[in-house]
Every structure is written in C-alpha cells, then in structure tokens.
Design a protein around this ligand. Structure first.
Ligand code: PEP
Length: 248
C-alpha cells in the first residue's frame, strides 16, 4: 500500500509577497490527503509560515553545511527551524551544477538539517549524457550512497529523496512514468541493500504539472512529486495537489 503522498513546490528564485498571499488563500481550501510543502525563497519563509494554513508544510531551498559562525551570507538549519520550516531541499541539480556543490557538502547539509529536527529532501538525478551512456542507476544510486556513507541509511527514515532527472527539469519533457518507476525502484533497492527496515520515500521531479501528475502517481514507487514551474501559480498548484491526493 502506498504511503501518504507528498507534493513539494520549489519556487526557486521566483515569487514574492503576492505569491505568498495567493498561495495561502488557495491552499486554505485544500482538503486533500496528500502532504503539501511550499518552498519559497529565504526572505519569504517567515511570512509564508504566518499566512499558510498550519497543515501545509514549509520548506527552504538550501541551507549551510555549518551549524553557526563566521559564514557570511549562509543560513543555518536551526534558523530555518525557527522560521517555521519543516523541510529543506538539498542537492538540487541547479546547486550541484551552478554552485559546484559536492556530494560531501550535500551530506554535511543533510546532517545539519536533521540535527535541527528538519526533514531533508535530497535531490538526485542524471544528465542526458549520463542517461544516454546507460549510467542512470549508477549516478543516482551513487549520489544517494554518498549521503548514506556519511550519515547511515537509518537516517533516511526521517528524510525524503527526490529523483529529478536533469534533462526533465524546466524543459517541459517529464520522464515517462515507466522511467520514473524504474529509477525509484532502483533507489529503494539500493537503500534496502543497506538495511531493509528503511522504506525510502521517493518523489519524482521534472516538468510535473496537473496534466501528468496522475500518470506518474499511478506508479507503485512514486510517493509524490517535487514541482518547480507549476508551483508558481496558486490555483494551478492547488489543482495539482488535488490530483495527487486523488491518486491514492
Ligand atoms: C525543480 O527544479 O525542482 C523542478 C522539478 O522544476 P520543474 O518542475 O520546473 O521542472
């Protein structure tokens, strides 16, 4: 049986106070069974927490790999907890590619997030070249394993993994449900190989919208979705959440 699905909206560096307000209004009427998490940029976290219904989770898009101190411009996990976050996206492919985040740094961030009592959403995903070379499973399981090696697989009982093929992010070309299923199953197998008591919760991300969410959610190992572009319009996002909720 599937667990409660999760929909997380990653605004990236978009939105503002008006989107916070319209999202709060739209989600006030959301009654579905799916867990919903909204991830605005740092400056909007506190006001989003104030305005969103209590049942809607709040997430940050990044965090420091350090606990506190002289790290100008960084934001600690404990600060995100104080701002009302319950989740933090880490290892997004944009951060890996544009800010050269390494697996080791991502593992440190994962540990910081959990030490603050928050849930990491660890993103993994292959590039098109890696897929075409037949290396998808090796790449995504390698990204997972780097964190498992650092923190232990048991930590994933309080974490979420998001499979986000780089070629599907922001391109309008989502992975087929079959591809998503195949990779999610490989990730879950990899975790079970380490310890079979941890049931990994794996989201799919990459050009998800209200039209394709249902087909993805029908796959047995797709436990929810991480949504970029389609999380930037409040009513559309609520519709997407309702689609996902209706899929269980
Ligand atoms: C993302 O960047 O996490 C993402 C899934 O983006 P999009 O839905 O726009 O492809």
């Amino acid at each position: 049986m599937k667990r409660t699905p999760l929909v997380a909206g990653n605004w990236k560096m978009n939105g503002g106070q008006s989107l916070v307000a319209s999202m709060a209004t739209a989600l006030a009427e959301y009654q579905g069974v799916a867990d919903v998490v909204v991830c605005p940029p740092f400056p909007y976290l506190a006001s989003a927490r104030e305005q969103l219904p209590a049942a809607i989770g709040l997430g940050a898009q990044n965090v420091s790999d350090q606990a506190e101190g002289a790290f100008t411009g960084e934001v600690a996990a404990s600060m995100l907890a104080e701002a009302g976050c319950g989740y933090v996206i880490i290892g997004h492919s944009e951060r890996r590619a544009l800010y050269a985040e390494s697996d080791a740094q991502i593992a440190d961030k994962f540990a910081q997030v959990q030490a603050a009592g928050l849930i990491p959403v660890l993103c993994v995903g292959e590039t098109l070249a890696e897929r075409e070379a037949g290396n998808t499973d090796a790449v995504v399981c390698g990204q997972l394993q780097a964190v498992v090696d650092a923190v232990g697989v048991a930590a994933f009982a309080r974490a979420v993994v998001a499979y986000e093929p780089v070629w599907a992010i922001g391109t309008g070309e989502e992975a087929s449900p079959e591809i998503a299923q195949e990779v999610h199953a490989a990730l879950k197998r990899a975790a079970r190989k380490e310890i079979d008591t941890v049931a990994l919760r794996v989201l799919y991300g990459g050009s998800v919208n209200a039209d394709n969410a249902n087909a993805l959610m029908r796959m047995p190992d797709v436990d929810g979705v991480l949504v970029g572009g389609a999380s930037l319009e409040a009513l559309g996002f609520r519709q997407l959440c309702a689609q996902v909720a209706g899929s269980v």
